[in-house]
Ligand binder design. Structure first.
Ligand SMILES: NC(=O)c1ccc[n+]([C@@H]2O[C@H](COP(=O)([O-])OP(=O)(O)OC[C@H]3O[C@@H](n4cnc5c(N)ncnc54)[C@H](O)[C@@H]3O)[C@@H](O)[C@H]2O)c1
Length: 346
């Protein structure tokens, strides 16, 4: 068995999820952890038994035993860190959104082509068992086509630390970009269609959010197969913790209820409610947790070991980012709608 040496950059909430997965996988060894805050890096090294820690990722660029780097820092720092490690010959798993602008993303993709290293963007929902099951149901034509995709959700951060993190993230990105890229990616994955236009509105509800930014947003997208998607998100202390994910077609509908929101038997996992016209109802339990960082990490290891081409995944990551960046611009500029080629902002 090949053992891959891993370094994790960014010792925050997502970094801890990745470190835990690395520790659970016998084919991986956690060589080092990095955070600009020294106490975080030191605590992670102790907690996850990493060999070394640092406040400067450059320390690991030429680490002989490291071949995989996981980047879980804030989006504004991704570009430089990812490019530096790719150029140093390492494979990289980087959290979404890959970078704040398409120009940065293109520079990263050019570096992947130039170095031949693998890069996977952390679209973890693609590795979730419930979404994979719904993808199969849609592909089998169980609800027909075109479809309406309603993807709504909100967070009520109770703990101060959680809220501080949301405010920090809102300063450099927006909920439509940061979380929306996952769900726009799902819309394109489920339909295999391209987004033609985006419209949206947003509001700044919390005084802690900087002016010109927003903590509530909704976008609607129109796709070229006739389907439509709605994505709504709120990160505010007055919002309700909820999730509504539903896919409706001419032959029926599929609704996904995450285990924490189902009324009973959460030990059975997520719940998929399936209805097909006329009068067929089905309840499907799907075991598992929402975010399978270990499954995503195994996918990355397989990419390395089987020398798989990372380009399709990168094109998908770029496309979903382009759509949410356009949606964000529509909201911030108070526009009605934008075509996705970005040339016809109205
Ligand atoms: N895939 C998902 O479902 C998911 C969920 C939440 C967040 N994320 C993404 O993960 C990333 C991190 O988010 P988070 O919620 O874990 O944030 P966080 O604030 O909890 O952690 C980020 C950490 O990175 C550190 N950091 C920042 N710049 C650094 C640098 N240059 N070098 C080293 N360390 C640095 C910070 O000190 C902090 O400890 C973001 O891109 C976010 O969008 C993904």
């Amino acid at each position: 068995m090949t053992r891959h040496g891993v370094v994790v950059i960014g010792c925050g909430v997502t970094g801890s999820m990745h470190c835990q997965s690395v520790c659970n996988m016998p084919s991986l060894q956690l060589l080092g952890v990095v955070d600009i805050i020294d106490t975080r890096a030191r605590d992670f090294a102790e907690r996850f038994r990493a060999d070394e820690w640092s406040t400067d990722y450059h320390k690991f660029l030429n680490h002989r035993d490291c071949d995989l780097v996981i980047v879980t820092t804030w989006p504004s720092s991704h570009r430089q860190i990812v490019i530096d490690f790719l150029k140093a010959g390492k494979h990289v798993l980087c959290e979404k959104p890959l970078a704040p602008t398409l120009k940065d993303v293109d520079e990263i993709i050019a570096t992947v082509k130039e170095t031949g290293r693998k890069l996977l963007v952390g679209y973890i929902i693609r590795h979730n068992a419930s979404y994979k099951k719904i993808k199969v149901m849609i592909d089998e034509g169980q609800i027909g086509s075109p479809i309406i995709m309603r993807m709504l959700g909100g967070e009520h951060p109770i703990e101060d630390e959680h809220w501080r993190r949301d405010v920090l993230l809102a300063k450099e990105t927006s909920p439509i970009i940061d979380c929306g890229c996952h769900y726009v990616d799902i819309m394109r994955w489920f339909t295999r269609a391209e987004v033609l236009s985006v419209s949206g509105v947003g509001l700044r509800l919390s005084p802690e959010i900087p002016e010109g930014k927003y903590d509530y947003g909704i976008i609607t997208v129109r796709l070229n197969d006739g389907s439509v998607g709605i994505y709504e998100v709120g990160w505010t202390r007055n919002y309700r913790n909820f999730s509504e994910k539903e896919f409706v077609g001419p032959k029926g509908r599929i609704r996904l209820i995450y285990r924490e929101f189902r009324g009973c038997h959460p030990e059975e996992g997520d719940l998929i409610e399936y209805y097909s016209y006329p009068g067929h109802y089905e309840i499907i339990n799907v075991k598992g947790v929402m975010k399978r960082a270990d499954v995503q990490l195994q996918y990355m290891v397989d990419m390395i070991e089987h020398n798989e081409d990372p380009m399709q995944g990168l094109e998908d990551a770029r496309k979903s980012l382009e759509i949410v960046l356009t949606g964000d611009e529509v909201i911030r500029k108070g526009l009605m709608c934008s075509s996705i080629d970005n040339k016809r902002l109205k």
